[in-house]
Design a binder for this molecule. Sequence first.
Ligand code: GLU
Length: 314
Amino acid sequence: MSAVTGRYAPSPSGRMHLGNLCCCLLAWLSAKSKGGRVVLRIEDLDTMRCPRSFADLLESDLAWLGISADEGGSAGGAHGPYYQSERSAIYQHYYDILDRRGLVYPCFCSRSQLHAADAPHRSDGQVVYPGTCRDLTPEQIAARARPRPPAWRVRVPDEEIAFMDGHLGPYRENLAQDCGDFYLRRADGVFAYQLAVVVDDALMGVTEVVRGADLLSSTPRQLWLYGELGLKAPEFIHMPLLLASDGRRLSKRDGDVSLETLKARYTPEEIIGRLGYLCGLQSAPDPRTPAELADGFSWDRVPQEDILLPDGLF
Ligand code: GLU
């Protein structure tokens, strides 16, 4: 087995756009340039938003581009299933470990309560949970559970978690002050991303996580979960986000940069070459194969700041 195992962990709620694709490409390049391999895990916890048809399209798009995963997705493998929607029993096992330690509690706060104007916010705009439901008595819990079922949070310690990001450098966060107790499970029983991603990356033998910088601030929470669950954490490498030329986040609704449009207009090498140029891996947007870009790939060449998609490149 090779030393580096990278992964793609897309949530296929639509056709891939250039940002998703760029993330898959850099994950592939990073792993392959070290002689490693890549696992595909479909993050379809929200089954309504992520139908299987989008996951299938994503796999055929990756194959067309020449950056298919070596394990997972519909092809399966030794660590399956690779669809989060089929892994609830596994998440339950790890959830129960935290629950038995008294770390899990029900939260009855509504969305509007949580997002009240005076709620403390972190720098990325997310709400720091003030602990409203942390110390409810059994009687209060019983009374509140009747109108509607609760979601479930995990108690975090007043502790700083620091790590060295493989691309962005040192990052630290105090869990209690900067984040607060976070969700492990939604009111409808679906397990939360933060728990699922930790369990899956660990059980699938992932050693290197490449993903967008928008998830940098999730990493301290995840590292803490790795520790609590006795699982081995991978290296984290956060990459710049690809933004539209006006600075907007790309979204799956931006039809102009979806794979559907790109496929009709370009060859795979033209798309890969242009992305390689955007990511600093070559000096001109010339056509390239993924293997050509992997040769000489280094994170030092990739910018740390978000990348603006120049008008007319695609
Ligand atoms: N499923 C997440 C997404 O598509 C990525 C999660 C991760 O890479 O940890 O944005």
